[in-house]
Design a protein around this ligand. Sequence first.
Ligand SMILES: *[C@@H]1O[C@H](CO)[C@@H](O)[C@H](O)[C@H]1NC(C)=O
Ligand SMILES: *[C@@H]1O[C@H](CO)[C@@H](O)[C@H](O)[C@H]1NC(C)=O
Length: 341
Amino acid sequence: MQLTMFVVVPLVLLLSGVAIESATVKQKMPFEVRFPTKTGARILRRELDLEISNPKGKIKEVKVLRRRRQTTTEEQEFLDAHNEARFNVVPKAANMKKIKWSNELAQVARNYAQQCNWAHNPARTTDTKALTSQFSYVGENLYATSVSSVDPKSAVQSWDSEKSSYNYTNQACLGVCGHYTQVVWANSEYVGCASHTCPTFTGLPTSFNGGTIVVCNYGQGGNYNGQQPYMTGTPCTSCPSGYSCSNGLCVSGGDSNGSQTSSTTEDGDCFEGDGSNYQGQASTTVSGKTCLVWSSVYDFLPSNNYCRNYFSAYGVTEPVCYYQPGSYYVEPCGLPKCGSK
Ligand SMILES: *[C@@H]1O[C@H](CO)[C@@H](O)[C@H](O)[C@H]1NC(C)=O
Ligand SMILES: *[C@@H]1O[C@H](CO)[C@@H](O)[C@H](O)[C@H]1NC(C)=O
């Protein structure tokens, strides 16, 4: 037995004040740095165990762990299922953003899933605002099954399957379509999901006892009345400014297509110390490659900067960046040291 539930229309949009950022997030971050030596290069491969006290910026603690084989995490499965659905809309979407993970949305989803309540979390927006000021409205999809574990893909596919009832042209729906339109809401760039196995549920028959609830929260929430979830057209032809194209979806920052470049000299800024605190926008490596935004490599890292030295504990002495999606290889940004130029 399966059930789904979604939110149709956001009620009021209120801009939040100052965010309280008290969340502590633990994350692993594999990396590889090549140090030039007289005889070639020394390659350092490690996995950092990070404790991030403020997901927007500062890393508190860095420890080495033995590098492990990458496994597909539940988080990645939720993301992949969403992005697959977002790419496969019919008709095609011209402005569909690639969806990214939000630890804050996931934390709110986790807290709520644990309550085993088959009803929307009326506090999801305010709960999220207590962790981040990123979203003025948070959307939510729910899924419940009488089975004790859930595959993220099944939940997302059940929401996505409503597309057969949805007519894009006139937004007509035969039955329920709101989960689908939230999954493919072009402007919902972040998602955070959680599942929880519940001995009993509030709001569901006892036949669900021992089953699982899935909660996905979306920022910025979608399903605005009278709006279509996305613009139709050739994929990526209407990405917002500052976005580039990655596999038919719009991604912020970086440049996956080689069309835009910026140079460190143009940015004209410099770093101090070992570059751990550098927050500038310089985005080219010493060898001229275009840096990725950190958050496009690891969702838990900030999206507002490209060059940073997270590896100073390993003797790295200047800001570095990633330039290749899916690779752990980082390269110095070639920024000048302040005062030496
Ligand atoms: C969707 O709605 C439009 C406009 O009313 C109509 O012309 C079209 O046939 C509908 N498409 C489907 C698949 O029902
Ligand atoms: C971007 O990538 C697409 C797909 O590979 C390609 O067709 C297009 O020409 C590229 N655009 C630029 C500006 O390089």
